[in-house]
Write a protein that binds this ligand. Sequence first.
Ligand SMILES: *Cc1c(COP(=O)(O)O)cnc(C)c1O
Length: 370
Amino acid sequence: MIQNKTLYVGQLNTPNVDEIVEEFRGVFERQFYTNHGPLVDRFENEIQKSLGVKHCIAVCNGTIGLMVAARTMLNGGEVIVPAFTFPATVHALEYAGCTPVFCDVDPETHNLSIETVEPCLTVRTVAILGVHLWGNPCPIEALEDFAGAHSIRVMYDAAHAFGCEHNGRKIANFGTFEVFSFHATKILNCGEGGCLTTNCDETAAALRTARNFHAEHTFVDVPLRINAKMSEAQAAMGLVSLRHFETFRNANAHRYNFYRDALNNVEGLDLIPLGENGASNYQYVVVQVDANRFGMDRDTLVNALADDNVIARRYFHPPLHRSEPYSDEFSQLPATEMLCDTLMQLPSGDMVETNDMQRIVELLQKYRAG
Ligand SMILES: *Cc1c(COP(=O)(O)O)cnc(C)c1O
């Protein structure tokens, strides 16, 4: 441990460079760089096996994946989506010609619920886009029932949820489709990358067709096509990441459990529970700061940590319905605003060692003592 090393919230899980070089060598030997090469094919198959889902459609990144899937499966219309998410969720919908309608979230689960979705329903609603925030699943059965009763679709932004489960089934198997991100900050790291998953053959064929202009596998009627393909280089990194996924998950769980045990003794800092209904990937170490009990509000705490070389991140800040281009359009979302004011993410990922976490916890205890 370097006492003064700056600790970022990066959450990086770094795949083995020698194994990546070995996979890259094959790409150059084959001179096959993209257009559904053998590595993308293998990557899709391995994800299908790993998640127990019938179809995986690899894409260049999660945002574009969501955009293409929403454009393909919906014909515009209103989509109910939580304001408590990463901006990409909502901007992808807009690019797809949909109108996002922000709903609030449950202050306990941080996910949308029937209670928060229902007031947003109109005759123009075509779908609900749930986000499995921190990898914790949305209320899937309740949403399916509600959507069925109103003849609308449910889709999921599963960018946080690779390897997470809901009642014994892997996230990937729910809704019309689910979208994953393999961005460098996610647990499965392709640099940039993502995939769509579905168990429906027709949906998969449409998404595969929409993803590219070279209809290698299938060709079905879709409204528009685009180049959203994953390259062989991305798949090479993805395959190596996937091979070591359980190592990343175990290391994440170790860090999460360390923080959980240590923060038990710090009044006013409450770690957000993960994996209560099944396995988690333990990627998101998120703490709620209770200013009264801790004696310092979230922003003051984030600044104090930064002065001590620990970069914690306010999550999500500012809330989407208070950011351009939405600032003036939408009404109050009390739970979202409360969470945006009180949550922060602590440093995790491969670069954070046990000693580093010890130092962070000691700083937190010191601030608490005043
Ligand atoms: C990372 C992320 C995305 C975007 O994924 P990219 O692969 O970076 O485009 C979308 N939604 C959420 C919730 C994310 O965390």
